[in-house]
Design a protein around this ligand. Sequence first.
Ligand code: NAD
Length: 274
Amino acid sequence: MTTTETLEKPLKKEVSNMLLKGKKGIIVGVANKWSIAWAVAQACMREGAQIGFTYQGERVLRNLEKLFKEADLKDPFSVNLDVTKDDELALASETIKKQFGQIDFFLHAVAFAKREELGGEFVNTSRDGYHLAQDVSSYSLIALSKAFKPLMEEKGGSVVALSYLGSERVVKNYNVMGVAKAALESSARYLAYDLGPKNIRVNVVSPGPIKTLSASGIDDFGKMLEHFRTVVPLKKNVSAEEVADTCVFLFSDLSRAITGELIYVDCGYNMLAM
Ligand SMILES: NC(=O)c1ccc[n+]([C@@H]2O[C@H](COP(=O)([O-])OP(=O)(O)OC[C@H]3O[C@@H](n4cnc5c(N)ncnc54)[C@H](O)[C@@H]3O)[C@@H](O)[C@H]2O)c1
């Protein structure tokens, strides 16, 4: 096996550097085994972190329980949370406080837009569709940061949100989600400014396309994956595990002077002109 082939697979527990030993974190956005958030959770646990999960409703909870069983996790903490509901945000924060006291980090891996907004002409974006995409995919970072700030204030913390290049460049069919991601990235910078004095860092990781449930809602996503791997300098698609390892770095003390930053994990795609 070449070094690249080895690194494409999730790093084994045996090669853990325990970069997150003694840290506690909350992962928001696991839906199933393909979720990028699930890869991030596993990488954080490999590095010694204690992880709690939020889930959006009973259907997702059933998926999570299956994943916990498969990963042989003993009774991990999880709490219901729809990020558009202020009462659920307050209750989740309270429940997490009871369980963990303080936390050291959280992942925002949440996005949603109506199927009909992710294809066709952007000019036809509906007012409702625009609001919904912004509320779930962008405002939620502000709402979560506000709800979880009291849990990180004592020792400081690290927040990571997942974005996509469609925020800055036009990616066919990404449409309203591109605008929501632009707002997400900008919000991360304002949050980094506000929360910096409390030593709470806020950064954004921007992966290349990865086949997940959310991604399957975008028209022609398969073609996008194929195009991507032929043009990028590293000549491959990005894996969720590669994104997860960058999140580990940002949650760890190795990144202690980095905030308000956007890091691409995209095999070099974002620098290309042609
Ligand atoms: N897959 C990709 O190609 C790709 C590329 C770049 C960025 N991202 C981003 O990564 C993040 C995770 O997406 P994914 O691809 O792993 O897909 P996914 O479908 O596995 O995850 C999306 C998550 O958002 C959650 N969610 C949606 N609405 C919610 C709400 N109201 N309250 C709480 N949770 C809600 C879903 O339950 C799900 O867990 C998203 O922000 C996505 O935009 C994905």
